[in-house]
Structure formats: structure tokens, C-alpha cells
Write a protein that binds this ligand. Structure first.
Ligand SMILES: CC(C)(COP(=O)(O)OP(=O)(O)OC[C@H]1O[C@@H](n2cnc3c(N)ncnc32)[C@H](O)[C@@H]1OP(=O)(O)O)[C@@H](O)C(=O)NCCC(=O)NCCS
Length: 323
């Protein structure tokens, strides 16, 4: 049976580092940010676009996979901060990569985007339609952040990528569970700039082109839905949490991840984090942490990786991968 396996990974973040003390002027502090969110610093673009970050992460994943850009059949880019409203950001990346044989499109699921994109890529490979798929999660939330508000502390810019290829070996993605609940759409949103409220002088004056987030609802939802989704995928596939080598989660905040780990009974040492260095890079988080995990650990055949994400929409999901 055909399955999809991770053939290569890469990541990229802008060089410009912004430390927590930068936010003292908007009423936050290094102590509060580190204690509540686990963040010490984040990378902020000084002009690089989302497609620039995505291109660099994507190229590095293609090289890591031992392929060239023309071997890629499909590019799926998960982003909430595309270079333009149209065309898709994936078209920009396809051009930059010179991936002239690839079909390319975006997926919009905000912080769950890379997981949704990966699940989509795996279906294309399993169906036999494509052999080599480049999945990229990339965001520049600095471009939708009001830098005069204290919730500017949450996000950083970055991109991660993975190349998925077909295999008939006993390895690869075992299962995905993806969920959406559109009743949560007001809890993280960019109100203006779309068809509902096109950009106008008023929307700009009101700052409606910046993200708005209900932090306490994000927290409550994340610690409720993610553990349930982890339990569901483990039960469905007859695995116990003890069999999981690492959890590679989206990186919303250290407190959310600690509570998720506690609820599913996973020792926190098995939870991979990097929000201390990157903050929440939204679509970038899971492929960046995947790239770091693979570069810094020697996985053995049969090791099980668990993925989990939650984001605006609401959207959330889990996946299990067998090395
Ligand atoms: C942000 C979060 C820590 C705030 O905690 P909360 O209890 O829900 O929210 P509150 O507004 O009641 O704030 C609690 C305290 O933190 C302070 N606070 C909130 N945001 C702050 C900030 N950015 N900087 C400094 N202090 C802040 C408040 O002033 C309040 O202080 P007080 O107790 O002295 O009055 C919490 O909601 C959270 O972790 N949410 C998840 C957000 C997230 O992960 N977003 C990523 C999107 S995927």
C-alpha cells in the first residue's frame, strides 16, 4: 500500500531578533511574557515577505530530500499572511523555486494550517496522483500586528517546510484527525480587508487590518479540544500515550502545552518547544519544530511522533507518524 513519508525538512526565519524588553513601552514585560508564554525573543522581518521565508524553507527541504525543484509535483502553502490577497502565495513560491512542474495552492487554517496542508498532501500521495509534495507553513504576523498594543508579544515570523514522498515501506503518516468549529471565528480574526469589510480609510483608522485575539478564549479552547483530539487519535489507532516518542505541537504558549501534556499524561520532556526563540510563527510552528527535532535527534525505525495544532476558526487536529 502506498503511504507518504517525510523525505526532507527545512526552515527559515528572518535574522532580526526582537527581545521581550522591546514591549515594555506597550505595557508588557520580559517577566510576564516568559512566565506566561515561554517566549524570550522572536524573529521579525525587516522587509522579507511570507513567500521569501517560504521559498528559503522550501528550498532547504528540497535539498534535504535530495531532490531538485523540478522534481516537485505539488506545493501546498499554509499561511494566513499571503504576500497579496490574490494570487495565492504558493504561486509566488513556485516561481521563486523555479518549480515549473508543480501545481501550487494555499491552504488557510491559520495556526493549524501546516497540519491541514500535510493531511491534504498525504491524500494526494496515497491516491497516486502525485509523488513528491512540498508542504510549507509560513507567516509574517508582524505585518498584521498593531505594534502599539501589548498583544504584539505573541507572534514571530518564520517558515518551515517538509517534502513528502511516496513509499511502500511500513512507515509514514498513520492517521490524521482534523476538526473545525466556525462558531469560534470571532476569537481570532482580522476584521477588515476581505469581502465582508473591504479596506477603507475608516477600517485603517480603526486598526481593523490588525489581528484581534481573545486570549482567554484561545487558552480555554486549546486546553479542551487538543487533549480530546489526542485521546481520540490514540484510541482510534490502538496506541497508548506511553508509545509516543515526541509530541511536536503548534507553539501557542508554554502554559497551554504544559496543560495539554498534563491532561493526556505525557511527560513534558517529550514535548518539543521552540517558542522561547521564535514565539508563535503560526503556520510555521510545526514544520520548524519538525525540522529542529529531526536535525537534533536520532530517531529509530518505528518511533512514533504525535502532531497537534489548534488555531483560529476554530481549527484543530492531530496526526501520528511512524518513523
Ligand atoms: C494571554 C493569557 C496569558 C492572558 O491570561 P488571562 O488570564 O486569560 O487574561 P487576563 O486578561 O485576565 O490577564 C491576566 C493578567 O495578565 C496581564 N496581561 C495580559 N496580557 C498581557 C501582556 N501582553 N503583557 C503583560 N501583561 C499582560 C493582565 O493585565 C492581567 O494582569 P492582572 O492579573 O495583574 O490584572 C492567556 O489568555 C493565554 O495564554 N492565552 C493564549 C493566547 C495564545 O496562545 N495565543 C496564540 C494564538 S494561537
Amino acid at each position: 500500500m502506498i503511504n507518504a513519508y517525510i523525505r526532507g525538512t527545512g526552515s527559515y526565519a528572518p535574522k532580526n531578533v526582537v527581545k521581550n524588553n522591546y514591549f515594555e513601552s506597550v505595557g508588557s514585560s520580559d517577566k510576564w511574557i516568559f512566565e506566561n508564554l515561554g517566549i524570550k525573543e522572536r524573529r521579525i522581518s525587516t522587509g522579507e515577505t511570507t513567500s521569501d521565508l517560504a521559498y528559503k524553507a522550501g528550498l532547504s527541504a528540497i535539498e534535504d530530500a535530495g531532490l531538485s525543484s523540478t522534481d516537485v509535483d505539488l506545493i501546498i502553502l499554509a499561511t494566513a499572511t499571503a504576500d497579496r490577497l490574490a494570487p495565492s502565495c504558493a504561486c509566488f513560491v513556485q516561481e521563486k523555486l523555479g518549480a515549473k512542474n508543480a501545481v501550487a495552492f494555499d491552504i488557510s487554517a491559520v495556526c493549524s494550517g501546516a497540519l491541514f496542508a500535510t493531511a491534504t498532501a498525504v491524500q494526494y500521495i496515497k491516491s497516486g496522483m502525485y509523488k513528491n509534495v512540498l508542504v510549507i507553513g509560513a507567516d509574517t504576523f508582524s505585518t498584521i500586528t498593531d505594534w502599539n498594543r501589548r498583544d504584539a508579544v505573541f507572534f514571530g515570523d518564520g517558515a518551515g517546510a517538509l517534502v513528502l514522498s511516496h513509499t511502500t515501506e511500513d512507515k509514514g503518516f498513520q492517521d490524521f484527525i482534523l476538526k473545525t468549529d466556525g462558531t469560534g471565528k470571532e476569537h481570532f480574526t482580522i476584521p477588515a480587508g476581505g469581502s465582508e469589510k473591504p479596506t477603507s480609510k475608516d477600517t485603517i483608522a480603526n486598526g481593523e487590518h490588525y489581528f484581534q485575539m481573545n486570549g482567554s478564549q484561545v487558552y480555554k479552547t486549546a486546553i479542551d479540544v487538543v487533549p480530546k483530539c489526542i485521546d481520540e487519535i490514540l484510541t482510534k489507532n490502538n496506541y497508548s500515550i506511553d508509545q509516543i516518542k515526541y509530541l511536536l505541537p503548534h507553539q501557542p504558549s508554554i502554559r497551554i502545552l504544559q496543560e495539554v501534556a498534563r491532561r493526556v499524561g505525557l511527560p513534558f520532556e517529550k514535548v518539543k518547544t521552540n517558542m522561547d526563540r521564535y514565539a508563535n510563527t503560526s503556520g510555521g510552528t510545526i514544520p520548524i519544530i519538525l525540522n529542529e527535532t529531526l536535525k537534533n535527534n536520532n530517531l529509530e525505525k518505528g518511533d512514533l511522533l504525535l502532531f497537534a495544532a489548534v488555531g483560529a476558526g476554530w481549527t484543530w487536529g492531530t496526526a501520528i507518524y511512524k518513523w
